[in-house]
Design a binder for this molecule. Structure first.
Ligand code: PEP
Ligand code: MG
Length: 539
């Protein structure tokens, strides 16, 4: 048995074989081959194999999900056969006498760059595809199995790091846990793991040892310990722990249907955070009273291109209709660690301080207006509210309100139904917005405090930087005082205030939040019943 240690960031216990996922083109090592003939033959064989895999994937996808979804594999096939792409690789092998892997890797970089600089959003979307097919060829060259075809059994995903878009693409019925070398407590991948209720361990330094691949693995998302090839006693211990967790969950079932109110009768709304339609079942299963944060950007990250207004409308409408409870939609908070390749955002020195959230929405107004139209159209089918992330000034709020007003006017003119009473709110996640929360409260219907970013910006700590995890302290008095100040300013102006950052689920603070008069806590679905029990025990 091998024991590795990291940090648990999503509670639970996962069993499965360890499976590594990696960006193969990034790992391709450049070596001088000297034998161009040999490398060209290897390339030809790898391309043939990749092409056969794509044919199989197309046929399987056609059966499973239909023609529209399967089309992507035909596009990959065409890209693979593209003369320019193939010539680039062959020329490099012949002229620079390098191995085929590094020529494929260079082609991936070259074509990805070219696509990302195109104006047409469809062509920008091909950036991901050219990387994907290049990775497939590289895997074939290295004699490794195809990622997608080998993922047929329950497993634990191991990686250097997992981006939010990779996490969203994993088959959730098979990926039982995440274990990574990098990552941080409030990175979006850790948040996604908690929303999906998938145990996750980060910061496991020695993880990526090739001999570990395929070993039986147990990942403990509480303690951050990972066991490979576990012995009988450890398996028995964790089976018992799993049974205990099931029993705890069974006991919490009693909280279903109960009011979230303290013993003295103070009510608090207990809502769930979601990233898409896939999380709706968990919201219903855990008896959340509503959704306090729908991270709509995940719809954009999951997509190969910009989702159209109609596609977005269909998703928002379905969420409202299936949940039949209030939903606070956050407009796309893209930027920093949440990158949509088709948007081709410029690389930034400090992405967390860059063009993200509301700033991006105001810079790319056509995207923002389409999203607002889709959200307002969906509001005719349930109780929707809309909030805006990363606000720092009253001017931004005024500009956003004017855009929303124009969107409403356009819909009215076209005779399209929407709910005119949709509440508009802002996220309080920058120190600037805290300090002007009194003024902001005059402009909006509610506040939702994003403690993940508020902690990052208040403590000047990059939430993505795993080296800083031990300094990242959301209990810091500066953060707690800011939350109190925002609650006081909101209530003084008669608007409601919620917490939708991860701190909302911190049961060590539930009593404090109740005492501050926080009106709504929005947390991962799996935390709902435990917090309800905690609130009900409060005097
Ligand atoms: C936050 O910052 O607390 C928040 C809820 O938004 P996100 O984690 O998506 O940045
Ligand atoms: Mg945030």
């Amino acid at each position: 048995m091998i024991t590795l240690r990291g940090k648990g960031v999503s509670e639970g216990v996962a069993f499965g074989k360890l499976f590594f996922t990696r960006d193969h083109t990034a790992n391709a090592v450049r070596t001088a081959s000297g034998d161009a003939e040999l490398e060209l033959r290897r390339l030809k064989d790898a391309m043939k194999l990749a092409s056969e895999q794509l044919e199989k994937l197309y046929a399987a996808a056609l059966d499973a999900v239909g023609e529209k979804e399967a089309e992507i594999f035909q596009i990959h096939q065409l890209m693979l056969e593209d003369d320019d792409y193939q010539d680039f690789i062959r020329n490099m092998i012949e002229s620079e006498k390098v191995n085929a892997e590094s020529a494929v890797s260079a082609a991936a970089d070259n074509f990805a760059q070219m696509f990302s600089e195109m104006d047409d959003p469809y062509m920008q979307g091909r950036t991901v595809d050219v990387r994907d097919i290049s990775g497939r060829i590289t895997r074939a060259l290295m004699g490794e199995e195809d990622d997608q075809t080998s993922l047929s059994e329950k497993h634990i995903v191991g990686a250097e790091d997992i981006t939010p878009s990779q996490a969203l693409q994993l088959d959730k019925s098979l990926a039982m846990g995440f274990v990574t070398v990098g990552g941080s407590q409030t990175s979006h991948t850790a948040i996604l793991a908690r929303t999906m209720n998938v145990p996750a361990v980060i910061g496991v330094k020695e993880l990526l040892c090739p001999e570990y691949e395929g070993l039986d693995c147990i990942a403990d998302g509480f303690t951050g310990v990972v066991y490979l090839d576990p012995d009988e006693a450890t398996i028995a211990l964790y089976k018992a722990k799993e049974a205990e967790l099931r029993e705890k969950a069974r006991l919490l079932e009693q909280m279903k249907g109960e009011k979230t109110a303290t013993l003295s009768g103070q009510q608090i709304r207990l809502y769930a955070n979601i990233g898409g339609l896939a999380d709706i079942d968990a919201v219903l299963a855990n008896d959340a009273e509503g959704v306090g944060l729908f991270r709509t950007e995940f719809i954009f990250l999951e997509s190969e291109r910009c989702p159209t207004e109609d596609e977005q409308f269909a998703i928002y409408k379905e969420a409202l209709e299936r949940l039949k409870c209030p939903i606070v939609f956050r407009t796309m908070d893209i930027g920093a660690d949440k990158q949509a390749p088709w948007l081709s955002l410029k690389q930034e020195e400090n992405p967390a301080l860059g063009l993200r959230g509301a700033r991006l929405c105001l810079a790319r107004r056509e995207l923002f207006e389409a999203q607002l139209r889709a959200l307002y159209r969906a509001s005719a089918f349930g109780k929707a509210a809309i909030m805006f992330p990363m606000i720092i000034s009253k001017n931004e709020v005024l500009e956003i309100k004017e855009i929303a007003q124009n969107v409403r006017a356009g819909l009215t003119e076209s005779g399209i139904a929407f709910d005119p009473s949709v509440e508009l709110g802002v996220m309080i996640e920058t120190p600037a917005s805290v300090m002007i929360s009194g003024e902001l409260a005059e402009e909006v219907d509610f506040f939702s405090i994003g403690t993940n970013d508020l902690t990052q910006y208040t403590l000047a700590l990059d939430r993505q930087n795993k080296e800083l995890d031990r300094f990242y302290d959301p209990h810091h008095p500066a953060v707690i005082r800011m939350i109190r100040m925002v609650a006081q300013n909101a209530h003084a102006k008669g608007i409601w205030v919620g917490i939708c950052g991860e701190l909302g689920a911190d049961m060590g603070l539930t009593d404090v939040f109740v005492e501050m008069g926080i009106d709504e806590l929005s947390v991962s679905p799996s935390k709902i019943l435990g917090i309800r029990a905690k609130v009900r025990a409060h005097p």
